[in-house]
Ligand binder design. Sequence first.
Ligand code: UD1
Length: 303
Amino acid sequence: GFIGSHLVEQLVCRGDRVGVLDNFANSMADNLAPWRSDIELVEGDLRDLETVQRVCRGMNVVLHLGALGSVPRSINDPLMSNSANAIGTLNVLVSARDAGVQRVVYASSSSTYGPVETLPQHEGMALRPMSPYAVSKLCGELYAQVFSQVYGLSTMVLKYFNVFGPRQNPLGAYAAVIPIFIQTMMRGESPTVFGDGLQQRDFTYVQNVVEANLLAAAATAQGEVCNIACGQSFSLLDLIAELNVILGTDISPTFAPGRQGDLPRSQASIAKAGEMIGFQPSVDFREGLRRTVTWHRELAKGR
Ligand code: UD1
């Protein structure tokens, strides 16, 4: 997938032995191509326990990012999101426990917070998931914590806030907003904003998430949950304004009705991740957006 391919790149670069499980359900075809001969790749499904067991055998650390993203997808098909995200995670934890894996890092989502009265969102807040997707990610989070308490499996939960960057799939009904807007505006077309465009997100460049995973894998804190974000939020209208600057365009959005299960505001406190694993974001929203546009331009040239 998207974030996984960046982790693979970093791990291969530093000389780690890397095994990958992917069913390529939501991946761009060439995401792993440059490192294909450096990794042990199993094409298979998280929902198949035997496959997950096979992949976990002999591994020291498991970085679990396999999931079906998208709030609307989960609203259309909650069983599917639950089986990939909740049951898939249970399969990973059981397999890691049985294989004697030393550390499991689980990718959770900011959507688990639901609507909050005050910002920033911090890990001590009550969680009020508003979509089947958020429930399924929270389920994995709770399993990861319980496996730490009950079986002594060393787990850690990283709660990602709207990750974006190169290799994120811009295609399909369930793509994320940044790749959709970049592709649309590069064609000179107007991006469609669901709602008033004032909804805010703590958009997080993928390199920050890779660094957080490496820190969490090496840390010893068990069963802990940490937000991984930049700690700053931008509205969709800010995003469009910034893209107009980068692309040298002057495109206005088209407005459509708001999406069900959509949250008005999301912004993280990243203090706990700083204290617990020494996390600091190294690439901010604007720089991340510039790098992402560069990648989309290269992609367009290659076509
Ligand atoms: C949510 C989670 C995020 C998770 C992601 C997985 C929150 C706050 N965040 O992201 O942690 O990783 O699901 O899928 O719940 N939009 C448009 N036009 C478009 C597409 C989207 O206006 O063409 C809007 C959406 O209505 C939303 C915002 O852009 O308000 C972001 O949407 P999206 O990128 O899908 O992510 P979230 O649903 O925020």
